[in-house]
Design a protein around this ligand. Structure first.
Ligand code: NDP
Ligand code: A1CAB
Length: 279
């Protein structure tokens, strides 16, 4: 099997080191969009439960590697373990790596330079920060190319990420901020959806209806920003009648600091990514 990117995406075998939440979201997204077949994916994860969940999401036919080295023998290797385990897990994978194998890391905080120090000299390496909505084709990912990566390999990564959502190439120092915003961001939005639904219930709505209205309100508002191209403030003003309900609700959000809380959440998560990178 030729190494990426000379092979068509669909003919490239992708090894995965770690088959947990994020590996599952990416792999299932690739299969869902027809970019990969389950049999193209060879995953190593010591956890039976994680591998079973991986197979259930991605599809029958995914290959369970018996060792990290076996997964690393694919055409590209996705590093999808926790950053804290990298130093311990990578030596076993390196035994199976070929010099041309493209290593794609999604480890929060772990820099290209740290990873390169753990891999054979000259190993092509890309650092990516995806997010779990890749599972449904609505991911938001950013990536930075390592020094030895050919343009065509960068294009391969861009295609891999674009298949499951938005993707942007960035200078590596921005990736910790990306982690704080879009990597962790789905969790902030799930919290907002949950809280809106709770508010609906407090205001008297049945729980199921409140949950549906909260979900569709968030999805619809995001789609309005995407489709109209308007600044969110313009769209917010269009909802806010003078002396109306919305301005009363917004006042409460300002008093209770929602805006500042979200800003600080992103900044604090980005700082945590930097801390993880320092080991
Ligand atoms: N979850 C997210 O939203 C995002 C996560 N990331 C990054 O993705 C990476 C994975 O995160 P996530 O998927 O959430 O984590 P998970 O814990 O869900 O997945 C990691 C998996 O790796 C397994 N594992 C542990 N040791 C090894 C090993 N030596 N070899 C192979 N597999 C091993 C774990 O098993 P066990 O549980 O038994 O230890 C677990 O099943 C992290 O580096 C994270 O920073 C990036 C973007 C978003
Ligand atoms: O919480 C974490 O560390 C990972 C990285 C980005 C999202 N989840």
């Amino acid at each position: 099997m030729p190494a990426p990117p000379s092979a068509p995406l669909s003919d490239t075998r992708i090894g995965l080191l770690g088959a947990g939440q994020m590996a599952r979201a990416l792999a299932a997204g690739w299969v869902r969009t027809g970019l990969a077949k389950p049999g193209d994916l060879i995953a190593y994860d010591p956890s039976d439960a994680a591998f079973e969940a991986f197979t259930a999401s991605v599809g029958a036919g995914v290959v369970r590697a018996a060792s990290a080295a076996e997964a690393a023998g694919a055409d590209a290797l996705l590093l999808a373990i926790k950053p804290q385990y990298a130093a311990e897990a990578l030596p076993a994978a390196i035994e199976g790596l070929r010099p041309e194998t493209l290593v794609v890391s999604i480890l929060a905080g772990t820099t290209l330079s740290t990873l390169a120090g753990m891999l054979p000299a000259g190993q092509p390496l890309v650092r990516v920060m995806p997010n779990t909505p890749c599972l449904v084709g609505r991911g938001a990912s950013a990536y930075a190319l390592g020094p030895g990566v050919a343009d065509a390999q960068g294009a391969w990564v861009e295609a891999l990420l674009s298949a499951v959502g938005f993707a942007a190439q960035v200078p590596e120092p921005l990736l910790d901020a990306v982690t704080g915003l879009s990597g962790s961001g789905p969790a902030y939005i799930y919290t907002i959806i949950e809280a809106l639904a709770d508010g609906g219930v407090r205001a008297g709505l049945p729980r199921k209806l409140a949950a549906e209205l909260a979900l569709h309100t968030v999805a619809g508002a995001a789609e309005m920003v995407a489709q109209t191209g308007e600044h969110p403030a313009v769209l917010r003003e269009a909802v806010s009648s003078p002396a109306g309900t919305t301005i009363a609700g917004l006042g409460e959000l300002e008093r209770r600091g929602l805006r500042a809380a979200l800003v600080e959440a992103v900044v604090t998560a980005a700082e945590r990514a930097r801390e993880l990178g320092r080991g």
